[in-house]
Design a protein around this ligand. Structure first.
Ligand SMILES: C[S@@+](CC[C@H](N)C(=O)[O-])C[C@H]1O[C@@H](n2cnc3c(N)ncnc32)[C@H](O)[C@@H]1O
Length: 244
C-alpha cells in the first residue's frame, strides 16, 4: 500500500496510538496528557467549523480521523459525520471516543478508496495532519477519490507542510524529521513529507477543484491550510483514468 509505513504498524497501546497520531510534540508519555491533547485538537476542530462554515445540514467527511479528537467538533455541529481511516486501531479508538454521537459512522478504508461512501454525498471533507505525510502520487490519487464523494460545489480542506515556506536557517518545523530521515532506511521512520503549495495549486484545477484559500499557520508559518471547492470531475488523460 503506497503510504507511510508508520500507519501499517500494529498500535498496541494508547501511548503508541497517540505518539503516532500527534508526533513528538507532547513528549514520550502523551497518554498522561490525553485530556490536554483531546482539548487542543477539539479546539482546532471548532476553529475549522467556523473557517469552513460547517452547518447543521452538512454531511462531513473526516478523512484520516485518527483518534477522533478533531472530529468531535464536527459531530457536535453537522447533520452527519463520516470518520474514515486506513488504520482499524485508530478507528476502534475513535468509535469509543465518539460513542455518544448517533450522527457519526466509522469507515475502515483502503488506500485512496472510500468504498462505503457513494458518489456526490459529502458537503465538507476535512483532512487534518494527513496530507502532510503524502507524496505527490498520494495527493493525486486521494484528491481524485475525494472528488468522487464530494457533491458539486462542496468544500475540501486539508493541510500540507509547505515546501515553499521551509527555511533551512529557521528549521523548527522540519529539523526533527530531517534528522530522523537522514539515518533511516529510505522511507522508514520519517513522518512528514513537505509538498509545495505552488505544485498543489497547479494540480488541483486538473482534478476538478477551484482554489478558495490558503492560510499559513504553525511553526515558521510552514503549514499551509488549503481550502478547495469541487467544480468539476477530474480532467484525466486516458492513461491515468485507467489507473484511478
Ligand atoms: C497524524 S494523524 C491525524 C489524525 C487527525 N486527523 C488529527 O488531526 O488529529 C494521521 C491519520 O491519518 C491516517 N492516514 C494515513 N494515511 C492515510 C491515507 N492514505 N488515507 C486515510 N487515512 C490515512 C492515519 O491512520 C492517522 O489516523
Amino acid at each position: 500500500m503506497p503510504t507511510s509505513p508508520w500507519y501499517q504498524h500494529s498500535l498496541d497501546t494508547v501511548r503508541e496510538l497517540l505518539c503516532t497520531c500527534i508526533g513528538p510534540k507532547w513528549g514520550d508519555a502523551p497518554e498522561e496528557k490525553i485530556r490536554e491533547i483531546r482539548e487542543s485538537r477539539y479546539t482546532f476542530g471548532k476553529r475549522l467549523c467556523r473557517k469552513l462554515d460547517i452547518q447543521p445540514t452538512d454531511t462531513v467527511l473526516d478523512f484520516g480521523s485518527g483518534c477522533g479528537f478533531v472530529s468531535r467538533a464536527f459531530c457536535e455541529t453537522a447533520r452527519q459525520v463520516h470518520c474514515a481511516d486506513l488504520n482499524p486501531e485508530f478507528l476502534a479508538f475513535t468509535r469509543d471516543e465518539l460513542s455518544m454521537f448517533d450522527n457519526t459512522s466509522f469507515h475502515h478504508i483502503s488506500y485512496a478508496s472510500i468504498q462505503d461512501l457513494p458518489d456526490a454525498s459529502i458537503d465538507k471533507a476535512v483532512s487534518t495532519a494527513v496530507f502532510i505525510h503524502f507524496l505527490y502520487y498520494d495527493i493525486l490519487f486521494n484528491l481524485i477519490e475525494l472528488n468522487r464523494v464530494l457533491k458539486p460545489g462542496a468544500i475540501l480542506y486539508f493541510d500540507i507542510l509547505d515546501a515553499d515556506a521551509i527555511d533551512l536557517h529557521n528549521p523548527a518545523a522540519i529539523k526533527y524529521h530531517i534528522e530522523i530521515y537522514k539515518d533511516s532506511v529510505r522511507g522508514d521512520g520519517f513522518l512528514l513529507q513537505p509538498f509545495s503549495s505552488t505544485a498543489l495549486l497547479k494540480l488541483a484545477p486538473q482534478l476538478g477543484y477551484e482554489h478558495i484559500d490558503t492560510e499559513h499557520i504553525g511553526t515558521g508559518n510552514s503549514v499551509a491550510e488549503i481550502t478547495l471547492r469541487k467544480v468539476a470531475q477530474p480532467d484525466l488523460p486516458d492513461w491515468l483514468a485507467a489507473k484511478a
